[in-house]
Ligand binder design. Sequence first.
Ligand code: PHE
Length: 451
Amino acid sequence: MEKLRSSFTGKLGFVLAAAGSAVGLGNIWRFPYLAAQYGGGMFLLVYIILAVTFGFALMIAEIAIGRKTGLSAIGAYKKLDKRFSFLGYIAALVPIIILPYYSVIGGWVTKYLFVYLTGNSSAAVSDNYFTGFIGSVSEPIIWFLAFVGLTFLIVLFGVEKGIEKVSKIIMPVLVVLSVAIAIYGLTIPGAFEGFLYYITPNIEHFSAKTVVAAMGQLFYSMSLAMGIMITYGSYMKKDVNVESSVHQIEIFDTGIAFFAGLMIIPAVFAFSGGDQAALNAGPGLMFVTLPKVFASMPAGNIIGGLFFLLVLFAALTSSISLAETVISIFRDKLGWNRIFTCIVVLIGCIVLGLPSSLGNGIWSNIKIIGMDFLTFFDFISNNVIMPIVALLTSILVGYIIKPKVIIEEIESSSKFKGKKLFSVVIKYIAPVCLFIILITSVLSAFGLMKI
Ligand code: PHE
């Protein structure tokens, strides 16, 4: 007999749980370095436009699919249309790919927290501290293992609920602290130029790359196109207003990303003396820039330590959500027990994470289509598989089951103000744009097109 699915208590419970999954390293680590690299204000503008159109439509669709079917991705797509069963499996691949490398970055955050706690933060200010750290063999692996271990301990002992409770307090503190650090950062001489770069869209900075990167980031940051929101929807009560929940999650998620950018990008300008090359630092940007900001602040050691602690929490709530998803995929399909599944997934995560860690050091000469392991896993999930899942989901909803089914599901609990926008995006705009984005990013990765 199927067990009754437990539900989130009310709207707040749903929004907080979904925001816990959505807000993580994507907002604080990934968004700022992409925004710095792909055009500052232009990237921000493109991202916001995509969030209120694609992000909105896709999140509505996924949550409604989950709530309507009461199933997670694999079962849900199958129930809607047998021919789309495979889509659930493709979506399931995404968290399997992301979790290992997410944990490598989570390890970097844990290491920086340790550095601040042990009062060694002055070393972290020097330019090659970060590259020296990620380039070494055992150190990043040890921190990666610590982060993975923490994630799985929490999952294994079933104390996620406790973590969720704590994170309800942590998240607002993180917001306040980020805003305070961002405001402080703006007072550093030279930062204002960076502020302008970050908030003024300059058409010269627009390129296909901006759109491709922003779209991938949107999926990643909002935990879309990987079945996660379907699962969350399946736990949502029938009387909760989906549309306003989606707005709240989007505002929260985008708001945190915005302030993370504000915290980091102006500071990059201030400390590099306006050297544009510093904007292309990539995944290391946060780790290189923030220690400098903290070092220049009064009580910077304490603030830095607190900051990395809060980021670690945000990263953990996301990695737990990723791990839970992967575990339930294996359990549902193979009928394994929980502990055994946890162990298998843990081992799998470690095996897949090691190359991502080593790829920054002794394995840096091994390249897959010109990318190190971490970049490759990030690319293949965000810029290939997720657009495929989103494209096929929009075709399924737009043309097979029809937007009406989703609209009815939303309207069963509340008015659906954005239904016109939803239908137009899901039927016409999403399929065409996603197709173009997908082709562009794949061709450019193989060097067949320059964008
Ligand atoms: N959205 C999370 C972030 O921004 C990452 C994540 C992706 C979490 C998928 C869970 C599932 O960090």
